[in-house]
Design a protein around this ligand. Structure first.
Ligand SMILES: *[C@@H]1O[C@H](CO)[C@@H](O)[C@H](O)[C@H]1NC(C)=O
Ligand SMILES: *[C@@H]1O[C@H](CO)[C@@H](O)[C@H](O)[C@H]1NC(C)=O
Ligand SMILES: *[C@@H]1O[C@H](CO)[C@@H](O)[C@H](O)[C@H]1NC(C)=O
Ligand SMILES: *[C@@H]1O[C@H](CO)[C@@H](O)[C@H](O)[C@H]1NC(C)=O
Ligand SMILES: *[C@@H]1O[C@H](CO)[C@@H](O)[C@H](O)[C@H]1NC(C)=O
Ligand SMILES: *[C@@H]1O[C@H](CO)[C@@H](O)[C@H](O)[C@H]1NC(C)=O
Ligand SMILES: *[C@@H]1O[C@H](CO)[C@@H](O)[C@H](O)[C@H]1NC(C)=O
Ligand SMILES: *[C@@H]1O[C@H](CO)[C@@H](O)[C@H](O)[C@H]1NC(C)=O
Ligand SMILES: *[C@@H]1O[C@H](CO)[C@@H](O)[C@H](O)[C@H]1NC(C)=O
Ligand SMILES: *[C@@H]1O[C@H](CO)[C@@H](O)[C@H](O)[C@H]1NC(C)=O
Length: 572
């Protein structure tokens, strides 16, 4: 019982520390942009909660640590204020004022952005510096006043207020007179607009700081009530719109009743009705108004009967007196998914077509590559022949005659004469009187390939019967050694099951080349499909060092010159 209650106790103590602001009702965020190295203060005021008996705490949002109330600290809470003495660059963060009272909890976030200080000495005025400018108005021909916006808690004593215009201190006297935090301006003229600034000395428990506020001042003709019209929409935003569509955009303005401002839409620096007076493609709508308590709300739209390319990227300005705000049309972002699918599809198509091309031209490509890049030196593998030709011998005519023609005439003509290969053909190359077994045994080891000619059995011509057992045995052994075998079928063979198993295996694994063409010795050419197929399976070509010149002279030579592409369309 001891442990759980202890845990429960621990949780109930820890809980309030973690839940601080999380379940509080959030009020709209304030945005503050202030230059660094000067004091800054923000009062947590929320009109609905100004009744007493509130607990108010400032937090640094991301650390969830309450801001200290120690007055010596650079950042501390002073009553309802958060006070920075002074601001530093790294103070840019979201702060949160959490208000708790009997009926609930509210949190008010403040997004504080601190930027580098603008010094009057520097010639360039960075655009950032205008962000914390306060805008004020002076009425032309009348007297007006400017207010130095110094908002600090009571613990801060402010004095020595000075005023500047365009970085030069204003001489008090004829036109200008100080009054507390105000500057009175007499007989305002149009030239009085510009960049003003006020500075003040701030004393906080014996320490002194300088506060500097920039004020952007506009002048206004009489009749202007002293407030600038508020354009609530547009907000210098962009609008995505399709080319050719119609578009209607409102300009919503609130202004005080006394103001008699001109409100209009402009583009290219002119009124849109004027600029597009011929085509009437873009037109300004008729202004409507609604009276509120002491303001008046105006709406005036702009109508694009058809959006054209030239409209994109161009600001269309809504003007209301000194206020202005624009919209910019942009093309809708392209549909990313469509592009992706299209891209993948195109890639797939490309890969497929490359595979297709490679498959149909594989042999040509490889033969060309060999002829172009393989050296003409003999391969140094201690072999003498490029291929051993194994074929069935038949005492009878017909088929047997064809086999003999192929082996003894056509193979030598093409592979030896035209391509420079060296073949060992049993029955042609052995020395007379040698024992058959010895001939096979010795010579087959000196060959790089084994060419096996097979013929259909139907013609009474059995491979098994017509090849010596020894030949088959050696041939089996060689297959086990991994020697490459080129299987040439004289005719289509319907039934392989009567062939030796090793032949069936070769046929299954590497396929066979079917003989095509006639048996005339003169019409053979190394560049026909059948012979290319055979050459492709032969070792990369080598030339006998003695006879390349003679080879080159042959019209069908498989040897290419240095620039001669041996793909059948260029011959020497
Ligand atoms: C402060 O800025 C945020 C966006 O950055 C915006 O949603 C919010 O309305 C702004 N608050 C005020 C009071 O302008
Ligand atoms: C600061 O806020 C508190 C409470 O929200 C309010 O009572 C007080 O008047 C404010 N102070 C100033 C100087 O505005
Ligand atoms: C405010 O907080 C103090 C202690 O931090 C507490 O004693 C007091 O009751 C709280 N007041 C309210 C209204 O929550
Ligand atoms: C805080 O203000 C900065 C600068 O104005 C802005 O970039 C950022 O988005 C704002 N943060 C939030 C949460 O609104
Ligand atoms: C106001 O200034 C204008 C010129 O800026 C001058 O002509 C005029 O006399 C001045 N009026 C008064 C009352 O000072
Ligand atoms: C303009 O109107 C908006 C929305 O009504 C309001 O948030 C903003 O404070 C107003 N600005 C001025 C300068 O009155
Ligand atoms: C502008 O005001 C009109 C009329 O009150 C309203 O219907 C419309 O939504 C407002 N447009 C914007 C963008 O605030
Ligand atoms: C645009 O203004 C015209 C008056 O000029 C009005 O008839 C029309 O309804 C307005 N369109 C929209 C969408 O507010
Ligand atoms: C408001 O609109 C009415 C007609 O709709 C017009 O008579 C009046 O002058 C307008 N008021 C202002 C201040 O523009
Ligand atoms: C919009 O742009 C105009 C002109 O560039 C500028 O005067 C105005 O202050 C800008 N308004 C906002 C909300 O950024």
């Amino acid at each position: 019982m001891g442990m759980p209650s202890l845990l429960l106790c621990g949780v109930s103590i820890a809980l309030p520390l973690f839940v601080t602001a999380d379940e509080c009702k959030e009020i709209e965020m304030y945005n503050e942009t202030i230059s660094e190295s000067q004091p800054f203060a923000f009062n947590c005021t929320y009109t609905l909660l100004t009744n007493m008996a509130v607990n108010l705490t400032w937090y640094k949002t991301f650390s969830k640590i309450p801001v200290t109330k120690n007055r010596q600290s650079r950042i501390h809470q002073d009553q309802t204020w958060i006070l920075f003495l002074p601001l530093a660059q790294e103070d840019s963060e979201i702060y949160q004022c959490v208000i708790r009272n009997t009926d609930g909890c509210y949190s008010l976030p403040v997004n504080l952005t601190v930027y580098k200080k603008h010094s009057c000495g520097s010639s360039i005025r960075s655009p950032m510096n205008s962000l914390d400018d306060y805008q004020q108005i002076l009425p032309i021909g009348k007297s007006g006043s400017l207010n130095c916006p110094l908002y600090f808690p009571e613990s801060c004593i402010l004095d020595s207020i000075k005023w500047y215009k365009d970085c030069e201190e204003i001489k008090m006297g004829k036109q200008f007179a100080p009054s507390g935090t105000k500057l009175l301006v007499d007989n305002v003229s149009a030239e009085d607009h510009g960049n003003y600034a006020c500075t003040a000395r701030l004393t906080h428990i014996g320490r002194q700081f300088t506060v500097r506020k920039s004020i952007s001042v506009n002048t206004k003709e009489v009749g202007y009530g002293g407030r600038i019209p508020n354009i609530t929409y547009p907000k210098n935003n962009s609008i995505e719109v399709q080319l050719g569509s119609t578009l209607i955009v409102d300009c919503n303005i609130t202004d005080v009743k006394e103001n008699s401002n001109l409100r209009c839409w402009r583009a290219h620096g002119t009124l849109v009705d004027e600029y597009y007076k011929d085509s009437k493609r873009i037109r300004e709508g008729i202004e409507t108004n609604v009276s509120l308590k002491d303001n008046i709300f105006y709406t005036m739209n702009i109508t694009f009967s058809e959006v054209k390319m030239e409209d994109y990227g161009l600001p269309f300005m809504c003007h209301a007196g000194v206020s202005a705000a624009y919209i910019i049309l942009t093309l809708p972002a392209p549909d990313f998914r469509a592009y992706l699918i299209g891209g993948v599809f195109a890639l797939l198509l490309l890969v497929l077509s490359i595979l297709c091309i490679y498959n149909s031209f594989k042999i040509d490509i490889i033969l060309w590559y060999r002829s172009a890049f393989y050296s003409t030196q003999t391969i140094d593998d201690e072999k003498v022949y490029d291929a051993y030709v194994l074929y069935p011998k038949c005492p009878r005519e017909s088929q047997g005659h064809d086999v003999d023609t192929l082996v003894l005439k056509l193979l030598p003509e093409v592979l030896e004469k035209q391509c420079g290969y060296k073949l060992f053909i049993f029955g042609r190359d052995e020395f007379p009187g040698q024992a058959v077994a010895n001939v096979i045994d010795e010579n087959i080891k000196l060959c790089r390939r084994l060419i096996v000619i097979v013929a259909p059995e139907s013609s009474g011509f059995s491979l098994l019967k017509n090849m010596s057992e020894e030949q088959i045995a050696v041939y089996n052994a060689l297959i086990q050694d991994g020697m490459k075998v080129i299987l040439i079928e004289l005719e289509k063979i319907k039934d392989y099951s009567t062939m030796p198993e090793s032949i069936q295996y070769i046929r299954q694994k590497h396929g066979a080349i079917r003989w095509s063409g006639d048996f005339a010795e003169q019409s053979q050419c190394a560049k026909t499909k059948f012979w290319k197929n055979v050459r492709y399976r032969m070792p990369p070509r080598r030339y006998p060092p003695s006879s390349p010149v003679q080879l080159l002279k042959h019209p069908c030579s498989c040897m290419a010159g240095k620039w001669d592409v041996d793909m059948g369309f260029v011959t020497r």
